[in-house]
Structure formats: structure tokens, C-alpha cells
Design a binder for this molecule. Sequence first.
Ligand code: SF4
Length: 214
Amino acid sequence: MPSLVVNEIFHSIQGESEHAGRPCVFIRLTWCNLRCTYCDTEYAFHEGTEMEIAEILDRVRQYRCPLVEVTGGEPLVQENATLLLRALCDEGHEVLLETGGSIDISPVDPRVKRVVDFKCPGSGMEMKNLWSNVTSLKKGDEVKFVVGSKSDFDWSIERIRQYGLMERCPVLFSPVFGVVEPVELARWILESGLSVRFQMQLHKYIWEPATRGV
Ligand code: SF4
């Protein structure tokens, strides 16, 4: 039976993406190939328990929640992640995948809504972006930029224009928590004149910012 190393499974309010505010089951997979300067889930780099896909599906069923997100770490580091994503779709779930944009998303089941978090220079991981992922983006997917400064924001606007991202799917901007004030990012977005979407990590405002499993 195929298995994966799972860091945690929990039921919470979706804090990011176009689905923010909806109840969601999160499956956080262990390991990440990146090391972003602002990472808030470093505990997912190594901690985890091996679980068969059937066991994971059983756990998810207990929450009776239609929306499920597979996240990390970087979920696509584990090859069996694509099997899990397909199995969740087969179970009738609406499935989101949060991925860092450095691994090919084309093998992911087309029913999955991919949230591709391309890395800005301030993350220290810009060189890992796999821009060929842009050609795999489809309706229902999203691109996200987490910005830690005005120069990250300006860099993102250039990438939006260079890769025609607005024509492919919604583009979201999020401030690095505790580094960029939400009001600053709001101002930059308004000044840009672009119809991108502002978002904050909602769960960090509902619960204490460092709370795990929410
Ligand atoms: S991709 Fe996500 S989990 Fe990995 S280092 Fe960056 S912020 Fe952390």
C-alpha cells in the first residue's frame, strides 16, 4: 500500500487563498526542499509519521468536511503525494494543493486546485522557482506572492507581466507576517492599478500566530 510521511492532519478555517474563511481539513506532509527566510512551519521539515494513503483517507473522513488541502513543507517532495491527491478527488472532496513553485505541478490530477507560491527574492529561494509551471496553470488554480518588502512587491509585478499571470488565474499577495504591515501592502496594490487580490493569513488573526494545528 502506498504511504507518505505526514506531519499533521487537522480541521481548521482555511486562512489563505481564494477559499479563505471556509472550514477545511489540512494534511501537512513532512519535508521541504526550500528554506524560506520567513518559514513558519519549520517543524514540518523533519517531524512526521508514516501513514498509508488508506489511513489518511480514514482520518479525513472523520471530519465530514468537503474541502481538503494538502500542504507542507513542500508536499510534492514525496512522489506519492500525487496518489494521495487523486484519491482525495476520487472520494469526492474539493482538493487544494499548496506548493512552493519549485517542483513540476503537471503530474497533479487536473481536478486539484493548485495554489502556487512563487518565491520572491526576500525569501532567499527565488532561484528555485520553476517558471515552466506557469504553462500548467488552469482555471481554479492560483498564484501567490508572499512579499517581505516593496522591492519584493515590484519584482512580483514584473513577473506577473513577464509571464502573463493575470490571464491565467487569480494572483494573490500576502505580507510576510510581522515584517510588512498589511496597510503598506494594501497601498502598494492600490497604487499598482492591478486587479490582484490582497490576503492575510487569517488563521494568525483568529488564533495566536504561533499556534500549531490551526
Ligand atoms: S516552501 Fe513553505 S515550508 Fe518550505 S521553507 Fe518555504 S515557507 Fe517553509
